[in-house]
Design a protein. Structure first.
Length: 190
């Protein structure tokens, strides 16, 4: 499953709820090289990410907040082989599309919240880079508008749903083997 959304949209909170409701869900910890948060990542070096990239071992690589991030095929395959349902946190549509190339039935969930919610959640959790997260919220909005036709299995407004309601909607979509819904991204982000 792919959870895509701006900072503060609830990717961590919804993932925690998913894993509580169904233990087979597991956060896929992306590789990270650089400063900032360490929770939810496997720390490595830029050289290691570059080595994996040259060997064709990456599904996706990006830079943000002064750090490098990557999704490696081998770790994702190991999680699936262990019978787990990987939960990938994504902040770029192109990354969500690249990850979806891994041979698995992906549920693609767009988590959304307005700018003021991102800002207040970021302040509330003690982020030291609130301005950078507000900037990324704007980048995410532009990313969505640039990819309006991108298919999403589910679109959830996390400022209008509780974490439990969001998680249950995701589980229902997964159980129903849902396909992408048609909804105006422009209406969502404006």
């Amino acid at each position: 499953m792919i959870l895509y959304g701006p900072p503060g949209s609830g990717k961590d909170t919804v993932t925690t709820e998913l894993t509580w409701l169904r233990p087979e869900f597991e956060l896929f910890e992306r590789l990270k090289a650089g400063p900032g948060r360490t929770t939810g990542y496997r720390l490595t070096t830029v050289d290691h990410i570059e080595e994996l990239s040259r060997a064709g071992g990456l599904l996706y690589r990006n830079a943000r907040y002064g750090a490098e991030y990557a999704i490696d095929r081998q770790s994702l395959a190991a999680l699936v082989d262990a019978g787990r349902i990987p939960v990938l946190h994504m902040g770029q549509v192109v990354g969500a599309s690249a990850a979806a190339n891994f041979p698995l039935h992906w549920i693609r969930v767009l988590l959304w919240c307005p700018l003021d919610v991102t800002e207040s959640r970021s302040i509330g959790r003690g982020d030291k880079d609130v301005e950078a997260r507000v900037k990324v919220w704007h980048e995410t909005r532009e990313d969505l508008l640039a990819h309006e036709s991108e298919p999403w299995t589910l679109i959830l407004r996390t400022d209008q749903l509780s974490p439990a309601e969001s998680a249950n909607a995701i589980i229902d979509a997964l159980t129903a083997n849902a396909s992408a819904e048609s909804r105006s991204i422009r209406e969502l982000v404006e």
